[in-house]
Each structure stands twice: as C-alpha cells, then as structure tokens.
Design a protein around this ligand. Structure first.
Ligand SMILES: NC(=O)c1ccc[n+]([C@@H]2O[C@H](COP(=O)([O-])OP(=O)(O)OC[C@H]3O[C@@H](n4cnc5c(N)ncnc54)[C@H](O)[C@@H]3O)[C@@H](O)[C@H]2O)c1
Length: 246
C-alpha cells in the first residue's frame, strides 16, 4: 500500500457525497486519519464523521479545535462542500445567490481561516479548495455558481501568498474540475428540466464526450495534499480533459 499519507491527519468537507466522499476513501486507503464533515451524515468505513454546516464559524472552530486537541496537528484540509443553483444573471434570485456564496465562498474562507491557524502552530499543512472550470471562464446560466468559484480561485491565491510570507510551510491550491459525475451533476440536470437530452447535451459540452469521474478529481486532490506537490502554492490545477483548452 502506498503510504504517502500514513499518520497524516486530514479533514474533508462535503465528505458525504461525490468528490469529497471519493477523496476521503482514497485518503483512508493511503493510510491517513480522515475526518469527514458534511451537513449530511458521513458513512465511510474508517472515516471519522462529523456534522458540519460550513457556513457556521462557531461550528468550524469547534471541529478544528477538537481535531487539533485530539491529534495535535492538522496536515490537510479539502474544502469540497458545495452547492449549485442554476440561473442566469437576470433570473437568479438574491436568496439563491446568497446561498451559493455562503456555502461555496464563506464556507471555504472559514475553512482556510481556521485550518491555517492550526497549521501555522504545527508548522505545515496543505489546503485544497474546490473551484471549477466555472471559476475560470463564464458559464451562461450559472451566474451565482461562477461568481462563487471565481471567488474561491482568488481567495486561494491570496491565502497562499499569505502562507508563503509566514515561517510555516503551508500550501493552498485550488482544483478546477469540469463537469463531474456526482449528485451535483444530477442536480444540474434536474434544475435544467431533468431530461435525458439535457444530460446528453452536458456530456456533449466536453471535448471527450464524457464527464469526469470523482476518482479522477480525487487523484489530483491527493497529489496537491501530498509532499510531491511541495513547490505548488497558489496554483490552479485544471482537471477538464481539454474543456478550457478549446
Ligand atoms: N460535480 C461537478 O460537476 C463539479 C465540477 C467542478 C467543481 N465541483 C465542486 O466540487 C465540490 C464537490 O462537488 P460534488 O460534485 O462532489 O457535489 P455533491 O453534491 O456530490 O457533494 C457536495 C456535498 O456538500 C455538502 N454540503 C452542501 N452544503 C453544505 C454545508 N452548508 N455544509 C456542509 N456540507 C455541505 C452536501 O451535503 C454534499 O454531501 C463542490 O464544491 C463543487 O462545486 C463539482
């Protein structure tokens, strides 16, 4: 068994589903101690599950403090909790916009803030934030989501530069998956009308004609979490099989 993460303490949000779930499973398989947090119940063999609403600062503080007390360290954080509400700039309600920004941006900000404080004490750590190809270029019909993922991209770079200026070895990077085969992709299809034609049209947007699989995103996340990525900081790792190369 690969032991890149033997004994490393990791926290993954959005661990109940999709990319966060697969990332947690892969970390467990590589020997990490994994805390999985989500609004929904996290049920993965070997993962220590926690209920967490990422928009609550007090809940973040409680969780991160308890992990730090338990292990004396936090080696990695993956901010994978996220939501999407499809809608153009003219159609999106302010309620939907605020929800998407609260979960995707405020949730990621709070995770970075409190994880970096613990990592600074320990001297090192790696944070991976889930942005998206929708954080790199416009995506008509996804106004709130693109705004949130663009914000995650630049928050990541700012946090990385702040980390580099500190004596500790903290790295903060973002990953930018194209459409990935998770319940979020199902939610997009549903919000666009739910037909097979919509599902096919989304696949057809991809140069390869297929969506990414969560495992393919988890591989990139694990690389950034690992010491193999020691010179990657403030980077945006695009995992899109050519979508943004067009
Ligand atoms: N699936 C895609 O096509 C795709 C593409 C690019 C980026 N992403 C991003 O990857 C991340 C993971 O997405 P996914 O596809 O695995 O989605 P998913 O819907 O399968 O999982 C998201 C998880 O986040 C949790 N969550 C939602 N609100 C929360 C909150 N307030 N507090 C805690 N947990 C909360 C949900 O319960 C769910 O378990 C998201 O940030 C998403 O925006 C997804």
């Amino acid at each position: 068994m690969d032991s890149r993460f033997a004994g490393k303490v990791m926290l993954v949000t959005g661990a109940a589903s999709g990319i966060g779930r697969r990332t947690s499973e892969r970390l467990i398989a590589e020997g990490a101690v994994v805390h999985g947090a989500d609004l929904a119940e996290v049920r993965i063999d070997g993962v220590l599950g926690h209920k967490l609403d990422v928009t609550s600062e007090s809940a973040w503080q409680t969780l991160i403090m308890s992990i730090a007390e338990q292990h004396g360290r936090l080696d990695g954080l993956v901010n994978a909790a996220g939501v999407i509400r499809m809608g153009s700039t003219m159609e999106t309600t302010i309620e939907d916009f605020r929800l998407v920004m609260a979960v995707n941006v405020e949730g990621t900000f709070l995770g970075c803030k409190h994880a970096m404080r613990v990592m600074q004490r320990h001297g090192a750590g790696s944070i991976v934030n889930l942005s998206s190809t929708a954080g790199l270029c416009g995506s008509p019909g996804a106004a709130a989501y693109t705004a949130s993922k663009g914000a995650v991209r630049l928050l990541t770079k700012t946090s990385a530069l702040e980390a580099i200026a500190m004596p500790s070895r903290i790295r903060v990077n973002s990953v930018h998956p194209a459409l990935t085969n998770t319940p979020m992709a199902d939610a997009i299809v549903e919000q666009l009308g739910g037909s097979n034609e919509i599902r096919q049209a989304l696949s057809d947007l991809m140069p390869s004609g297929r969506l990414a699989e969560p495992d393919e995103i988890a591989s990139a996340i694990l690389f950034l979490l690992s010491d193999e990525a020691s010179y990657m900081n403030g980077s945006e790792l695009v995992i899109d099989n050519g979508f943004t190369a067009q």
